[in-house]
Ligand binder design. Structure first.
Ligand code: 6PG
Length: 471
């Protein structure tokens, strides 16, 4: 193809960037790609044959190949690399060109970059892309934020490349500024929360009931057929079947029990705290990863008798059935916390988020896609401004119906010495919200006694302080 004919330029040809280039090219658009790593350019060149793909050798070549006004997407690691690419691009671009950050950038960085690029008369978008390697290649969920005129330019590309559910693309314009990256961050927060719940059920089934990897795989496959249907459940079932190439064992049993993270779940939890929005399942999922990673401390402390767990002596079948219900209830509560956070953020940062649409675009392509999202979509369709999913009668009833199961499972795990921070905190979250009275009056009294922080009364308006020593 001649110069200035490519519709999109991709900078960063790692797993996500390269696969997204191939995906977009499948839909007939001419795409150019560049990476500062020469091997990656070569790799794309090999795959480019017979396709309208250009593997550019340098930034000038990439920019020269693009149709004006130019559209350039970056898929490079969050942080310094994004700023460094932007710094390289600014002097080479012209007013009206559009730069898209498709990585997991912190939303505050996206806000700052939007400002910087606007000063240079360039358009900028922060876009969340979820779905890992396969999603990028065959249809991710795409979460775009920024100016609407910028979105209008890339809309056909994104709609073609996104996952499709019931003929609807899993992409929509989410809102101004950093709305896209914010939504992706909370997606990851929910991702951490749900992964933790599945991991805890694995812990109970393995340690409490002694299930084998095959049995675990079969059980999760069965759960995936019913209300717990979702991508994370599906892959968990597959994981237990996978054999290690180096040994005869299952790979799962050869993997070190220390969870890592790149930080998006932590950011989600941090901002929930800033917004004064309780999202304990996301907080605890981050903390549980930290505890797992402190394996030296864990091993040193496990010299004591507690926490080793003993086998469950009760009715095994019932525990499995209760566990399924418990995980479902806690999963609803985790999504619920994530959506409440989106609502709070939308109000605080003026994103104008449409929660129904977010539930819709999460139904396909992304890591947290699950059958549950159909119902969440319905709930927000009926009541746009729902600040808590539990205020929807169907969801409230669904959790309420499974509360005894959740209580039984948490109690059983506690007795067995099996940690269930996610299930436990979900139960407490629900119990707190359904509690007309909470002991916060004591906290207020303590604050007033030691620091004269004042309190409010039941019988009178205003703020009060008492001289507690007086009598
Ligand atoms: C996605 C994922 C992805 C994320 C990984 C790893 O939606 O495709 O959220 O963006 O980077 O899940 O996250 P951690 O390394 O933080 O676990």
């Amino acid at each position: 193809l001649k110069e200035q004919t490519y519709g999109l330029g991709m900078i960063g040809l790692g797993v996500m960037g390269r696969n997204l280039v191939l995906n977009i090219s499948d839909h007939g658009l001419a795409v150019a790609g560049y990476d500062k790593d020469w091997d990656k350019v070569q790799e794309l060149r090999k795959e480019a044959q017979e396709r309208k793909i250009k593997a550019a050798e340098n930034l000038e070549e990439l920019i020269g190949s693009l149709r004006v006004p130019r559209t350039i997407m970056m898929l490079v690691p969050a942080g310094g690399p994004v700023d460094s690419v932007i710094g390289d691009l600014i002097p080479r671009l012209e007013p009206g060109d559009l730069i898209i950050d498709g990585g997991n950038s912190h939303f505050r960085d996206t806000d700052a970059r939007l400002k910087r690029l606007a000063e240079n008369k360039l358009l900028y978008m922060g876009v969340g892309v979820s779905g890992g390697e396969k999603g990028a290649r065959y249809g991710p969920s795409i979460m775009p934020g920024g100016r609407e005129e910028a979105y209008a330019r890339v809309r056909p590309i994104f709609e073609a490349a996104a996952a499709q559910v019931e003929k609807e693309p899993c992409v929509t314009y989410l809102g101004p500024g950093s709305a896209g990256h914010y939504v992706k961050m909370v997606h990851n927060g929910i991702e951490y929360g749900v992964m933790q719940l599945i991991a805890e059920s694995y812990h109970i089934l393995k340690q409490g009931l002694g299930l084998s990897d095959d049995e675990l795989s079969d059980l999760f496959a069965e759960w995936n057929q019913k209300e717990l249907n979702g991508y994370l459940m599906e892959i968990s079932s597959e994981i237990f079947k996978h054999r290690d190439e180096k040994t005869e064992n299952r790979l799962i049993d050869m993997i070190l029990d220390e969870a890592r993270q790149k930080g998006t779940g932590r950011w989600s939890a941090q901002d929930a705290l800033e917004l004064e929005l309780p999202a304990p399942n996301i907080d605890i999922a981050v903390a549980a990863r930290y505890i797992s990673a402190r394996s030296d401390e864990r091993r040193a402390i496990s010299g004591s008798d507690i926490g080793h767990g003993t086998a469950f002596g009760g009715d095994r079948k019932s525990l499995v059935a209760y566990l399924r219900e418990a995980v479902y209830a806690a999963t609803i509560l985790t999504y619920s916390q994530g959506f409440s956070q989106l609502k709070a953020a939308s109000d605080a940062y003026d994103y104008g988020l449409n929660l129904e649409e977010i539930a819709r675009i999460w139904r396909g392509g992304c890591i947290i896609r699950a059958a549950l999202l159909n119902d969440i979509r319905r709930a927000f369709h009926e009541k746009k401004e729902l600040s808590n999913l539990l205020l929807d009668a169907t969801f409230e009833e669904r959790v309420e119906k499974r509360l005894e199961s959740l209580r039984f499972v948490v109690g059983t795990a506690v007795n067995l010495g099996i940690p269930v921070p996610g299930l436990g905190v979900a139960l407490s979250y629900m119990d707190s919200f359904r509690s007309p009275w909470l002991p916060a009056n004591l906290i207020q009294a303590q604050r007033d006694l030691f620091g004269a922080h004042t309190y409010e009364r039941k019988d009178e308006k205003g703020v009060f302080h008492t001289d507690w020593e007086k009598g």
